[in-house]
Design a protein around this ligand. Structure first.
Ligand SMILES: [Zn+2]
Length: 265
């Protein structure tokens, strides 16, 4: 990094330092953040600070977005890119928070619009409507239900999920195949993800018990997003039931939450 940029970054981090109590409270609520060692937690804090300067939060349907809400979303979003960098979230800026689940119009015949607002104004043919708790647009906003973010249901994390879609869409549409790092083997990724996905679908079809959120069987894109969120919130489950996928996710995120968990126990 050129030294002028480094100095600017240092100045930004000092000037916009997150209040200690707010930061401690936000980390305390998330076991996968608590597990990080102090150096990684400090890097995460810097990343969150820069993320908050880079992204614009908007409340929809009357929601007033508080600093605590912003910090909660930013912190979880940044866990995914702790060892990737903020540039993985480049090219868009809006995070829209609804108080609860929201109605989104999907329009399949046209290019996806840059923002929800533009998208709604198109209101054209071939629409379907769904009540959603989260949605990510290619090159556009991430839309979240604050109720879903705040609930933090066991085994689910809507922020990790939607931002995993964002990473997936860095190289085109969401298809469960994000841009891999040099040295990662794309055919092995495809083979192992396809095998695991088929295995999950077969298990669900046959009525066999599965521990992973069955929404993962919706599509390869959802499989990647659900396995990514579970990789951080319940790494033991992914490591046990999808060991090949675990290794690929470890290489992609450059993190090993299962090893971290074992070291902590
Ligand atoms: Zn999804």
């Amino acid at each position: 990094m050129p030294s002028a940029r480094r100095l600017y970054r240092r100045w930004l981090l000092k000037r916009h330092r997150l209040p200690e109590a707010d930061w401690a409270r936000a980390v305390e609520r998330l076991p996968f953040c608590r597990a990080l060692d102090p150096a990684d937690r400090q890097r995460l804090r810097e990343l969150v600070t820069l993320f908050l300067l880079d992204k614009k939060f908007e409340g929809a349907a009357g929601l007033v977005v508080s600093d605590g809400m912003r910090l909660s979303v930013a912190l979880q979003a940044c866990v995914l890119i702790l060892n990737l960098g903020l540039e993985y979230y480049a090219g868009w800026s809006a995070i829209i928070l609804y108080p609860g689940d929201f109605r989104v119009r999907r329009q399949h015949a046209e290019e996806l619009a840059e923002t929800l607002w533009e998208h709604e104004s198109l209101a054209l043919v071939h629409e379907t409507s769904d009540e959603l708790s989260g949605e990510s647009w290619p090159r556009g906003p991430v839309i979240l239900s604050w109720q879903a973010v705040d609930a933090g249901d066991a085994g689910q994390n809507i922020v990790l999920h939607e931002f995993a879609h964002k990473l997936d869409m860095l190289n085109g549409e969401a298809d469960g195949f994000p841009p891999l790092h040099p040295g990662m083997h794309a055919p092995a990724w495809t083979r192992d993800f396809e095998d695991a996905y088929r295995h999950l679908c077969d298990a669900l079809d046959s009525g066999a018990p599965v521990d992973i959120d069955p929404y993962a069987a919706e599509s390869p894109a959802e499989f990647f997003a659900v396995l990514s969120e579970t990789f951080f919130i319940d790494p033991r489950l992914v490591h046990r039931d999808f060991p090949d996928v675990y290794r690929h996710l470890r290489d992609f995120y450059r993190q090993d939450p299962h090893a971290l968990m074992l070291a902590a126990t």
